[in-house]
Ligand binder design. Structure first.
Ligand code: URA
Length: 231
């Protein structure tokens, strides 16, 4: 790769004769033992996912564990190019254990389809894995406790682009108080991954006149993805 391996000078100067199988007599040949083999090269093992899913399912780090029906881990492709992160599960999500399955979720699915993306090829999750009672906004301490789950998901997923769905997700991910209007239409970075802020579909259900802006957000995200993944 054009990068020289650094070797300490003391070792580099030693002349070590090459040892080959034929240069060893049969007696000197080391006995072959059944050593445990490292896993085949795979960035993520199933164990990591299983462990994380288990930790999330049993999480009691904040008070939401008392009121949830179940945790909502996230769903979709576990080696995705696109990762969508919403705010928190609502009533339908809490009941079904899946993200974005209520009315807003159906609109999100439509929005994705309009971009040529299916729910199976992206991964969808939320800042919070448990429903806040009466769909109130997540509290800062709930976000802080839940952050470790999202961080572990990000490390496993390694997406090429992240969409922050709505103001709460965008502000949490970018650690800012800026309004959504100022955050959309820009390429942010989460670590080294580009992050685009889009309108939350629940907001669009209330304000259909804003649908055009949402479409522009998605077009912008597609353009960013295509620019970064040419060829
Ligand atoms: N709104 C969200 O932000 N996430 C969901 O999963 C559902 C609705």
């Amino acid at each position: 790769m054009g990068i020289d391996a650094w070797v300490p000078r003391a070792i580099a100067q030693l002349e070590v004769p090459a040892i080959t199988a034929t240069s060893l007599s049969p007696v000197e040949m080391p006995e072959l033992v059944d050593l445990p083999q490292p896993p085949l090269i795979s960035p993520v093992s199933q164990d990591d996912w299983a462990l994380l899913e288990n930790d999330v399912a049993g999480c009691r780090l904040c008070g939401l564990c008392e009121t949830r029906t179940q945790t909502v881990f996230g769903s979709g492709n576990r080696q995705p190019e696109w990762l969508l992160i919403g705010e928190a599960p609502g009533q339908s999500e809490d009941q079904q254990g899946l993200p974005f399955v209520g009315t807003a979720g159906q609109l999100l699915t439509e929005m994705l389809r309009a971009c040529g993306l299916s729910r199976d090829e992206v991964f969808i999750t939320n800042i919070l894995k448990c429903r806040p009672p009466n769909n109130r906004d997540p509290k800062p301490e709930e976000q802080a406790q839940c952050h470790q789950h999202l961080q572990r998901q990000l490390a496993l997923l390694q997406p090429k682009i992240i969409l922050a769905v709505g103001r709460i997700a965008a502000q949490a991910l970018l650690n800012t108080d800026e309004p959504l209007a100022k955050l959309r239409g820009k390429v942010h970075q989460l670590g080294s991954t580009p992050l685009i802020v889009i309108y939350h579909p629940a907001y669009l259900l209330r304000s259909l006149t804003e649908k055009r802006k949402a479409w522009m957000d998605l077009q912008f995200a597609l353009q960013t993805y295509n620019n970064n993944n040419k060829g």
